[in-house]
Design a protein around this ligand. Sequence first.
Ligand code: AP5
Length: 532
Amino acid sequence: MLATSSSSSSSSTAISLHPLTNYNASATPSLNPSSLSFSSSYSYLSPLSFRLHSSKTHLRITPKKGLRVSCSTNEPLKVMISGAPASGKGTQCELIVQKFGLVHISTGDLLRAEVSSGTEIGNKAKEFMNSGRLVPDEIVTAMVTVRLSRQDAKEKGWLLDGYPRSFAQAQSLEELNIRPDIYIVLDVPDEILIDRCVGRRLDPVTGKIYHLKNFPPESEEIKARLVTRADDTEEKVKSRLEIYKQNAAAISSTYSSITNKIDGNRPKEMIFKDIDSLLSQLLKDKTVKSVKPVLQTESRLDQASSNQEKWRGIPTRLNNIPHSREIRNYFYDDVLQATQRAVNDGRTRLKVEINIPELNPEMDVYRIGTLMELVRVIALSFSDDGKRVKVCVQGSMGEGALAGMPLQLAGTRKILEFMDWGNYGAMGTFIKIGSIGAKEVDEEDDMFILVAPQNAVGNCIIDDLRGMTDAAGKRPVILINPRLKDLPGSSGIMQTMGRDKRLEYAASFESCYFFRLLYYAGTQYPIMGAIR
Ligand code: AP5
């Protein structure tokens, strides 16, 4: 397929990693006394449950059951709402839920439910909440990820209220690739916030939020049963506001590209009107994006996979460096779908070739981090399907003075070892790191991803590669951006002996993904199009 980048559509395809239901989560609440082990379930969220253990240092999600990758285009709305205490998040959420039917997930409400049920989590959270401090990240993150994983949130979409509230919380979602479509921030001056908090009353029967002056209860009966939140004193509101301000900038930097700030110091109906039009537009965009390609490719629908039908053109602005997250995600998703299809079709010798600027070692904007991210997405996705994946980087080739490694791979293995593979225990269990060669193939490995295997001057990787594929037998071996053409030997003499056989072997890998930008010869601008 030949496509020009200028004719492409939006680049907002994104990979979403969705926690599946019923996983166990373990975490360290940095709480005293030291050893905690408790579980929780919400009466109105049954059968949701999770466990927290202070003996472990990370939130863990059992990898097999943990995450699944899907394209976001056909998904329902995912909304985050943020703002200072009493900026009106809860009030707007009531209206959003009424109109859009999203699942409202409020960490404040979840925590208050724990407190009033007297659970162990509730007892621990209480002291933090009552003093206006944030409850430890691990507790809240476990609650949120479990709640997001439930079927209703996946089907109806979600409205996340009060989370993330720290940079670490935002990063936890990023690591799980849980990203909203929009990040709404309600903006209200400080002096108004304090009055709103102090005058706030809650109806324990309906959950409705009132304000003694602004939104008084409809009847004396309701008024009589209203309760005041323990953290709604002037002193505590000031402390909550301070904490909010300390964290706000770091969190909004994570979502800067999808942030919409809304003046929250107006009647609630006016505020909702703005939110309503934003969300309605988003919904419209999503529908158009998921319908359009189907119309365009009608004649090929029978052969195309459902993922292929969602293809929405090539992103523009590929010469903008660094590539935006959306662009990177677009390609990770594209490559992932291709490799998954090929492996599911029983293909075993595969190669991926993609030369967007950040993945093109010929360009000085090449980024090893982008290559590693791509590899991580693929490996995590296959491991999520229960496959044991070995990610392999060639080590030094040759010995003594001849020992060497292609420059672009220097340090790659270390980066792989140090990089963040998520907090759910896939690395070391479902994912292992190795080198290239027959002895790297263990019985337990289900498949192999080889990071940019390549010949270097004076050294040929083909023999090691062949040994590895022979040992792997029918197990898939996927080469990511391989360079297997012969290079001159160190003496400057071409390696002619056995060249045919080497090239024949290199050609035995089927291309399951190919993407190449087209430029005028000798230039890198403008981009004339792309072959995909
Ligand atoms: P949480 O319940 O989330 O409290 P909050 O963020 O401080 O927000 P509020 O619920 O106080 O206000 P709101 O913005 O929802 O405003 P509302 O609509 O009610 O969290 C409580 C505690 O839990 C935290 O302090 C923390 O300890 C813990 N916690 C929660 N999430 C956490 C996390 N992620 N990590 C760690 N800890 C966490 O409106 C307020 C009042 O104003 C009402 O009376 C309302 O009627 C009135 N009002 C609303 N809109 C308007 C308007 N437009 N005009 C006039 N009045 C209005």
